[in-house]
Design a protein around this ligand. Structure first.
Ligand code: SUG
Length: 443
């Protein structure tokens, strides 16, 4: 069944605010001026490439930023101009939090269980609550609204509420979820987590330096909500040393597709036991490519993001790795990817993409997309114009050229004109994508 990559469109306020402790790139580039136009065009180029390979491609819209509703909830009053001025006064941190374009990383938008894997044979989407980071928790209700607008047919789709429970059930979406398949077997689902909200510290320890975002309890709830057969869901722990090295999500150190898993040895605690379990679940065709720390030091893997690649199945059944340019430039990351492509297995090719403007906030190719398997009936049940074709690509590029700035620095977030341009852009986007009113400012 075809998989569609729903990429997040980079929003007009894309900027570097250093908002994510534990995300090395976000901290490193804090305060740098951003180029939202270039960032958005890089994202659209990736979508065009994926579509040209014969792989399903679709889009998800950016969110309204700055998020006026949140600023109002924080006690800022008056006209939009007055709210921007008051929230942007002083160090402007609250305004930066409410202006982040982080919804572009749609791997964190939700977790998807395809209809062929769920007991009720419907596709399940659980919008991620993203409660670990304030600037990202703002995404959850808009994501739910957008997904309900697109996946509107209740006979085929269930878009759940984000998980309740704040930090106890902190959920970062598909960035910690991997679905693997092998011929003749039901799919295996990995729901990784970084900390346990209840009970003793896990035997493998917990990170000491950086926050673990996803809880085990959240991961278990996702499997229940997706109505998975419990024997097909496993819950590995992210390696605490991997998190402390900057792997704030599982997809920083591992990527899987079909019967193939690429991983760094610090992606999961006890990775050997995990791989043995996956071989039992998926059979002998399951192939894991492990990079040891000696082959590829974890700091280099975090800096160059070879595991944050998209691993895609092409129409001829072979697989391709779409990796960020930074992985070509880092010799050990490149050598690892090329070793995988030369191994004689399903992966045959590596291509490198320029996504620098997203990478500098810690988002590589895999972060930018939500994977959703859709059978032809499900695909046909979606009326919104979100599936990529040449006409949509051209419309989106022209739209970016019309509205996006080529420079946004921290101080610009206070600019009422940037706010008005952003709202005008999003308003028009809902018409391009035929979504109807999805933003607060449209209601
Ligand atoms: O949540 N960066 C995002 C990057 C998300 C990457 N996604 C995956 N690995 N799937 C985050 O840390 C940085 C924003 C800033 O600092 O301005 C940010 O939110």
């Amino acid at each position: 069944m075809p998989e569609f990559n729903f990429d997040g469109i980079v929003g007009p306020t894309h900027n570097y605010a250093g908002l994510s402790p534990g995300n090395v790139a976000s901290l490193t580039h804090a305060g740098q001026a951003a180029n939202p136009r270039r960032a958005a065009l890089q994202g659209l180029s990736k979508m065009r490439l994926v579509a040209s390979l014969g792989v399903g491609q679709a889009v998800l819209p950016p969110h309204e930023r700055p998020r006026m509703r949140t600023l109002h909830q924080l006690g800022f009053r008056g006209s939009d101009e007055e709210v921007l001025a008051a929230a942007g006064a002083g160090d402007g941190h609250l305004l930066r939090l409410c202006s982040s374009a982080a919804a572009m990383w749609t791997a964190n938008a939700a977790t998807c269980v395809p209809s062929e894997d769920s007991a009720d044979r419907r596709l399940h989407l659980v919008p991620a609550n993203l409660t670990s980071m304030f600037h990202r928790v703002l995404e959850a209700d808009t994501t739910a609204r957008v997904l309900r607008t697109i996946f509107a047919d209740p006979a085929r789709f269930e878009v759940h509420e984000p998980l309740p429970g704040g930090a106890q059930l902190s959920d970062e979406g598909a960035a910690n979820h991997t679905r693997l398949t092998a011929a003749g077997r039901p799919a295996a689902h990995l729901f990784a987590w970084g900390r346990a909200a209840y009970g003793a510290v896990p035997a493998s320890g917990q990170p000491l330096r950086f926050p673990a975002r996803q809880t085990r309890e959240a991961s278990e709830a996702l499997a229940r909500l997706g109505q998975l057969d419990p024997s097909r869901a496993i819950f590995p722990q992210q390696h605490p040393r991997g998190i402390d090295a900057g792997a704030f999500h599982t997809d920083v150190l591992a990527v899987g597709n079909g019967n193939v898993l690429l991983l760094h040895e610090l992606a999961f605690a006890n990775h050997e036991a995990l791989l043995a379990r996956l071989r039992e679940m998926l059979g002998e065709s399951f192939t894991a490519h492990v990079a040891t720390d000696a082959e590829l030091p974890v700091a280099s893997a975090v800096a160059a993001y070879p595991f944050n690649s998209q691993l895609l199945t092409l129409p001829d059944g072979t697989m391709i790795i779409l990796a960020p340019e930074e992985s070509r430039a880092e010799p050990r990351a490149r050598a690892f990817l090329e070793r995988v492509a030369a191994s004689g297995g399903p992966v045959r090719d590596v291509r490198y993409l320029d996504l620098r403007d997203s990478m500098e906030n810690g988002g590589g190719p895999a972060c930018l997309r939500q994977r959703i398997v859709l059978n032809p009936q499900e695909r046909a049940a979606i009326a919104a114009r979100v599936f990529w074709d040449d006409a949509l690509g051209a419309d989106l590029e022209a739209w970016v050229a019309r509205y996006y700035r080529d420079r946004v620095a921290g101080d610009d977030l206070r600019d009422p004109l940037l706010h008005r341009e952003s709202l005008a852009a999003l308003d028009e986007l809902t018409r391009i994508l035929r979504l109807g009113p999805i933003y607060d400012f449209q209601s």
